[in-house]
Design a binder for this molecule. Structure first.
Ligand code: SF4
Length: 127
């Protein structure tokens, strides 16, 4: 199997180091450009099963605002982000919305819930 060099940004902390990761198939051979050893674990996870926290907005009916920010409770497989986005885009949630309220349970079979990131009152409550 051929060795490849991948450019990544480590998200292990807010520093966001630019790292170069040498891989062979799904095996990480080396990491360069990192400021600490956590980049190796990040690179291994990123190569084997990349995940991301999903965040977007969902439409709300009868609310003070027309949309409410939502996010996944945990990181979801990166290759499912588009499917989850499509499902959330179909939803219209009635106000009021409470922070932490489940908007989409078990998003696309990932086992991860999409939840509201903030409270959103009804039009009447905010008048
Ligand atoms: S390599 Fe270390 S310092 Fe750099 S972003 Fe990753 S966790 Fe942060």
């Amino acid at each position: 199997m051929e060795e490849r060099l991948l450019n990544m940004i480590c998200v292990g902390c807010p520093v966001g180091c630019d790292i170069k990761v040498a891989v062979e198939d799904t095996k990480v051979l080396s990491v360069e450009g990192n400021n600490c050893p956590r980049a190796l674990e990040f690179a291994k996870a990123e190569v084997a099963n990349p995940t991301r926290v999903f965040a977007t907005t969902v439409r709300v009916s009868g609310g003070k605002l027309p949309v409410c920010p939502v996010r996944s409770r945990q990181a979801v497989p990166k290759n499912r982000l588009f499917d989850i986005s499509r499902e959330v885009a179909r939803l219209v949630v009635p106000a009021p919305v409470e922070v932490g309220q489940v908007i989409l349970p078990d998003a696309c079979g990932t086992g991860v819930d999409i939840v509201a990131s903030r409270d959103l009152k009804t039009e009447e409550e905010s008048a």
